[in-house]
Ligand binder design. Sequence first.
Ligand code: CU
Length: 493
Amino acid sequence: MKSPLLLAAFALAACTPAAPASAPPPAAAPAAKAAPAAQPEDFGPAQGAPIAAVLTDAPEVPPALHRTAPAHVVVDLEVIEKVGRLADGVEYTFWTFGGRVPGKFIRVRQGDTVEFHLKNAAGNKMPHNIDLHAVTGPGGGAASSFTAPGHESVFTFKALNAGLFNYHCATAPVGMHIANGMYGLILVEPPEGLPKVDRELYVMQGDFYTQGGYHDRGLQPFDMQKAIDEKPTYVLFNGAEGAASGANALQAKVGEKVRIFAGNGGPNLVSSFHVIGTVFDRVYTEGGAHFQEDVGTTLIPAGGAAIVELNARVPGDYAIVDHSIFRAFNKGAMGTLHVAGPEDKWVYSGKQADNVLGAPPTELSQPVVAAAPVPAAPPEPTALGKQVFGSLCASCHQANGQGIPGAFPPLAGSDFLMADKHRAIGIVLHGLNGPIQVNGKTFTNVMPPQSQLTDEEIASVLTYVRSNFGNHGDAVKPAEVAKQRNAKQMANR
Ligand SMILES: [Cu+2]
């Protein structure tokens, strides 16, 4: 007996104009084949003359389409291999879709017929292709777009699914092509478009693998082993350190609804995408059709994307980070959203007080007025002292000993440090629990003891800080450190 489903399919096929005149038996005509016109993703034929797609470099986004019918859209994208800035003093040979990293932003409408022209510039050394995650077809287009330098490949696809999609080169070694910057985003708008916002921005993260270390200068070659080990030297927004901060910061105004198309090219890392000091009112997770609301940090997979929206309400600089946070502070994954406009104290007050808490004043809290004695010839800072300072003290007291107001007192020009050599030894050995006065400013923080250092290390680092950063003090000897260490140990017996 025939199943009711097959019978229904047969009946449908019989009354569809596209069906063959002599209908084959139901078993040979599965439902999907029988009624192509009834597929929900068929948006009808392209209307009007072909349209050239507007392509933009980050952080610009092509304007919303506002089209009411599918069109035949032509995308012209050229691969360019070129040396560019990775960080200050650091250069890299990027392979790009359109001359920059990330690649050009492409915007089409669901149902569009997209005629894709991939050009590989004549001066390039490598063949390239493109895999667009918005494409339904082998390799996402890669199977039809392998292109030698000086050539152009053409293929056409129907944008069946709406969403924000990653695209990338998929030529072997694929990871290397992506690591060199070959990725970008394509937005397929739903027919009704995305809800209106005041501003749209394009940000894309990528991890980079250089043979030198972070900030090692010069032209840095790609390091395949680091890439295989997934140990990037840099994690960057928009292809270079500072490409989305400082003079390149993303701009918005108070009162605006801001939409960020956030991609992650990888090749390896997934991104813990966050904009410090904001909440995403909406996140179209993974760039898909549905949104989640009220999100702090969203995960963007390598080869993925997310659409995030926020209301700019309070002026200021908002750091855009990969909240896998060492990447932000030590590998470059830091951008800025600058919001300009009037304050809204109702939403955020700014600092209202700085109150002193804690223990009653100790002897250390007495202001030190005596100036440091100036010896005739300050000792040469030893290499050891400089090294201990750089690897330990500088993390709190800062690279040039300038400190951080309200948190870490300065060692540079510090009256407190210079007034008493033996007290300084005691501070490094046993730590310090304020309040103290340094150059007229009160500090009420805690410095942990650094007694893991040897007598020689403590003597060297104190000699170093007491004879650098504008200080002119005499040397500290290891025997002086040993004496205090032993005295404390005796006292503790
Ligand atoms: Cu490539």
